[in-house]
Design a protein around this ligand. Sequence first.
Ligand SMILES: Cc1ncc(COP(=O)(O)O)c(C=O)c1O
Length: 438
Amino acid sequence: MNATANGLDAYWMPFTANRQFKENPRLIASADGMFYQTTDGRELIDGISGLWCCNAGHNRPRIVEAIRKQAGELDYAPAFQMGHPRVFELANRLAALMPGTLDHVFFTNSGSESVETALKIALAYHRLRGEASRTRLIGREKGYHGVNFGGMSVGGMVANRKMFGTLLSGVDHIRHTHGIAGNLFSRGEPEHGAELADDLERLCQLHDPSTIAAVIVEPVQGSAGVIVPPKGYLKRLREICDRHGILLIFDEVITGFGRLGMPFAVEYFGVEPDLVTTAKGLTNGVIPMGAVFAQTKIYEAFMQGPPAAIEFFHGYTYSGNPMACAAAHGALDTYEEDGLFTRASLLGGYFEEAVHSLRDLPLVIDIRNIGFVAGIELHAAATGPGQRGFQAFLKAYELGLLGRTTGDTFALAPPLIAEEAHIDRIVDTLRRVITSID
Ligand SMILES: Cc1ncc(COP(=O)(O)O)c(C=O)c1O
């Protein structure tokens, strides 16, 4: 197929093998509930909630209606020095969902922007409190925090970093928790590795804690291939941060909005960070929107000085965009009415059994799961890492399953509306995929 002749050439696709795709395009025409329809009339079961974002499934009436209504009422309102009621209502609603004192919300348009926002809040917070020496940011190996310069710098996925120069200065990384031998085929939080949190102590010794502003981690790592934190690991990170006056940021872009069977991982793990970044499920993926949650103490630190002065020189034209707010309200209505925030805990056991049934397949070297997320890791092919994973992704598409592969891990994160029969279909298809690739 000639890509130029058929009009696929102009669009430079993100995170995509453009030439491979344009030779054999995979085009989606419509979606409903658990399913996508392709332009060539085939049905795909959605095993990954679009891209970890359509937590309530597709084409949900409350969201569709909210957007339709909003478009006819208020299309756009300026975000700076002006407001509109829906954005305040949304912030209140979100603050009420989040435990502890994480009760102030700053709106962005994506996970990447939420991360940049949180990092900037952390730096400014310390400066406002007279600790301007705290400029260092700490991420984690294999971490994914989006693609902007801050997120890329604290991120730890090599392919996402290596082409882009020196990135932010003053950034360091703690070790990841993937691949600990005793943790293979763990169900939920693995037993071993809490002490890896002490790597933060090592960096405190190396850099002096008074130079460190914040540590950012995904409570459960998604994009690097579903890495579940060892038991006690996140609590230990929190303790070390407290000991040294370092802010802890949870990047909940994937774990937020019910993925683990609770609204947020903060509640699931019983660990309260100082800042939380979210996006994706906030609007069910329907309209771009992100939100950063900040503890009261952080917000209050900014609310000093003359009342007519801008407290935080940061924001986006589309922060709190009315259409995005409408979609978010529709999504929250849907999650609440359908009980979706707790669904991954109700059906999590069934999902866990189903994914671990793939253990007998010779190509499978590890399976990890928590809530409604699982990673099935395959032996890397002799031709190189990631090859077999991509082959599995293509085969799954051919057999009617939309998943996501990162390296050689096949990730599943189905919409929270999935019934047992959907889980069976996803896992049965994946079994056929793995047995049919070489
Ligand atoms: C943990 C995490 N942070 C940030 C991002 C970036 O989000 P976005 O693609 O909306 O910029 C992602 C996206 O997958 C993510 O998983």
